[in-house]
Design a protein around this ligand. Structure first.
Ligand code: IVH
Length: 683
């Protein structure tokens, strides 16, 4: 039998893994595993937490919506949280959901609204007296990014609500999906490729990238569309008026009249069989729809019943997403090649005869590592099965039927012994399924390292893509990221394709990057597992590169969300002479600015302080921000991990009761300032 300690360890491992994949998906736009695999991990965790309530944790990825507000847009707090949806992976789970709805609403005869699950980005649009005033992304569900300027460039978003829908309420929020139609996506990618610009892996990424442009003039050139599916918060809605529809299907009719695109495939089902059939229809027609869909959404039609069923902290009980399995196709494996990443890791990949799968044309697919190729036994010349799900890098599943005993089949593929870029002998790391090019000066690695530093997740230096970096390296004016800050106009003018304008733009972009916040510099150093979320936590505790270079593994590992492996990686990076020199040069060039919050002493580092009721001199948000600025967290609920509860005027009774039950310290509002200053409990 599995012991509780083993289960607890598995729960922690799953949480860490899900956080890692959340970061890859939401912050880096670089998912590593198919949605279906992610869902599997998520469900395993959820099942374990349900079976072992003592292991539950409000900070678990199952307890909240994933995704973080990133970068430089202003933030918007959603009046009503933007939730996620629970998934049904097969018909059985869909039927079980219908069963739960019926059980929860035994006196109702239920009808269900079904819609496509368009694969784009959730968007909240606010109309004040019928005029569009704000567009915000979902972000973490509570707070999103203000993308109003970009939203105003999308033609299918009405700037005024059509009065034929009735007199608009004072304030109404419309929610839906910003997406790129499949045909528009293909055309955009051809245009980008012809102009030597970055192409996108799929329509969702293209939509996300276009919406996050800092210059709305660029967004305006991107073929974005909006499909409306929900009413969000509102003020001044007259009951029984046209703006107060009773059903989800009524919402779609209203939104259509008000000037929005709504799905023309949406409909209503009145039995479980009809629900299953509707979802099957979407799956069958997924590639003839004008947009990418990754599933179908089914909602209880009667809006009144939504309130009765309610929500979990993450998703409503009145809706479900029926996900489609990842699509698989057959094609010819022309060759197996290897590529070298920024850490020197060497990855085999398949060169394929182009095949249309999962909404895009695939010509290359990852083969992950040496063992993957061996265990799948795929060989050049084989017909192989290629799988692609949503956002994910396409993958070779294995040889198609009949390949294994095919006469004339090639010999098993063997991993090359030397680096394709610098010819250094490759090294297989003992005990790990990783092959490495050990030569730090390898040009392929250097190109990857520097272009990662310049990329959007890190220093965001426009005009410094992989090709440009490779050119500067071969011109011998660039060997590491610190060299960027020594580049001169004369040097750049010697580069093919660079005129005075592009040279001066590039120098300006590099100069501007010196005032990026310090956590981005840390991300840019490219240490494994140090993405934006981890980097923020680390920089909050060690605000400068100098302090970070002097940090110890135990100090880093004590930070919220930083595991011992990550801490070790950071420290071993910081201890290498070469990196110390690099860091000193970055310091000399004054690269990176300290983050505002880090100016304050970190008195509450790693401590969770719950504030309930009003504290004199602070709004609720300010009180929470004051805790966070001192390194703490300010969760909305009390748990055994809470450091203390600050009870202001009219505190929440349930929070106090919970704190008392758990024996937690409860501080009066008058002790709040002292707590911020000292981080200690009074008396
Ligand atoms: S309803 C609380 N309807 O799916 C219900 N969502 O996994 C929230 N999505 O964030 C959304 N098509 O971005 C709804 N017809 C549809 C949808 C849809 C796509 C997305 C949306 C949401 C995500 C949840």
């Amino acid at each position: 039998m599995t012991s509780i300690a083993e289960i607890a360890a598995r729960v922690e491992a799953l949480r860490a893994e899900l956080r890692y994949h959340n970061e890859r998906y939401y912050s880096l736009d670089e998912p590593e595993i198919p949605d279906a695999d992610y869902d599997e991990l998520f469900r395993e965790l959820k099942a374990l937490e349900e079976a072992h309530p003592e292991l539950r944790d409000a900070a678990s990825p199952t307890a909240h919506v994933s995704g973080m507000p990133t970068t430089s847009f202003g933030s918007v707090r959603h009046a009503k949280p933007m939730q996620s949806l629970d998934n049904a992976l097969d018909d059985e789970e869909l039927v079980a959901w219908v069963g739960r709805c019926e059980k929860g609403l035994p006196d109702e005869s239920l009808t269900y609204a079904y819609e496509p699950k368009v694969d784009g980005l959730a968007m909240s649009l606010t109309y004040v007296n019928g005029v569009l005033t704000q567009g915000a992304t979902r972000g973490d569900g509570t707070t999103g990014e203000d993308v109003t300027a970009n939203i105003l460039t999308i033609a299918s978003i009405p700037q005024m609500l059509d009065p034929r829908a009735g007199v608009p309420p004072q304030v109404v929020e419309i929610r839906g999906e910003v997406y790129m139609a499949s045909a528009d996506f293909e055309a955009l990618n051809s245009r980008q490729a012809a102009a030597g610009e970055k192409t996108f892996v799929n329509p969702r990424n293209a939509a996300a990238g276009s919406l996050r442009q800092k210059d709305p003039r660029i967004t305006a050139t991107r073929p974005l569309k909006f499909l409306a599916y929900q009413l969000g918060s509102s003020e001044g809605v007259e009951p029984e008026s046209s703006w107060s529809p009773a059903t989800q299907s009524g919402v779609l009719r209203l939104l259509s009249t008000a000037g929005f695109d709504v799905s023309s495939e949406a409909g209503v089902a009145s039995s479980v069989d009809e629900v299953v059939a509707a979802c099957a229809w979407f799956e069958e027609h997924r590639h003839t729809l004008p947009y990418e869909v990754d599933g179908a959404v089914v909602k209880i039609d009667d809006l009144r019943l939504h309130g009765v069923l309610g929500s979990t902290s993450r998703a409503p009980r009145w809706a479900i997403a029926k996900k489609f399995p990842p699509e698989e196709k057959q094609t010819l494996l022309m060759n197996i090649e290897i590529s070298v990443g920024r850490t020197g890791r060497v990855t085999p990949f398949a060169v394929l005869e182009p095949v249309f799968v999962g909404g895009t044309t695939v010509q290359m697919a990852t083969l992950h590592n040496e063992d993957h190729v061996a265990t799948r036994d795929v060989r050049p010349g084989d017909l192989v099965i290629v799988r692609k799900a949503g956002d994910v890098i396409p993958e070779v599943v294995g040889p198609a039927a009949g390949q294994v005993n095919r006469p004339g089949r090639a010999a098993p593929w063997t991993f090359p012994t030397s680096c394709p870029s610098c010819s250094t002998a490759l090294v297989r790391i003992p005990g790990e399924n990783v092959t490495q090019c050990p030569n730090w000066d390898c040009v392929a690695q250097t190109v990857q390292r520097i272009s990662y530093f310049a990329s959007r997740v890190a220093m965001d230096i426009e005009g410094l893509g992989e090709q440009r970096v490779a050119q500067l390296i071969s011109a011998e004016i660039l060997t590491d990221v610190a060299d960027l800050y020594d580049l001169t106009e004369t040097q750049l003018l010697g580069i093919e394709g660079m005129g005075p304008v592009s040279a001066s733009n590039l120098l300006q972009a590099i100069e501007a990057s010196r005032s990026q916040s310090m956590h981005r510099v840390l991300v840019g150093l490219g240490i494994n597992e140090v993405g934006p979320a981890n980097a923020r936590v680390i920089i909050r505790a060690f605000p400068t590169l100098k302090q970070l270079a002097e940090s110890a593994t135990e100090q880093l590992a004590a930070l919220d969300g930083i595991g011992p492996k990550t801490a070790e990686r950071v420290v071993s990076f910081m201890r290498q002479d070469r990196n110390l020199v690099l860091i000193q040069r970055l310091i000399d060039h004054q690269v990176g600015v300290e983050e505002a919050s880090s100016a304050l002493p970190q008195t509450l580092l790693g401590k969770a302080v719950v504030v309930t009721g009003s504290v004199e001199g602070f709004t609720r948000q300010e009180a929470e921000a004051a805790v966070i600025a001192r390194g703490g967290t300010s969760p909305g609920s009390v748990s055994k991990k809470t450091f203390c509860v600050v009870a202001g005027e009219s505190p929440g009774a349930s929070k106090l009761t919970k704190a008392e039950t758990l024996g937690l310290p409860i501080l009066p509002a008058s002790a709040f300032v002292g707590l911020l200053e000292t981080g200690e409990l009074p008396g």
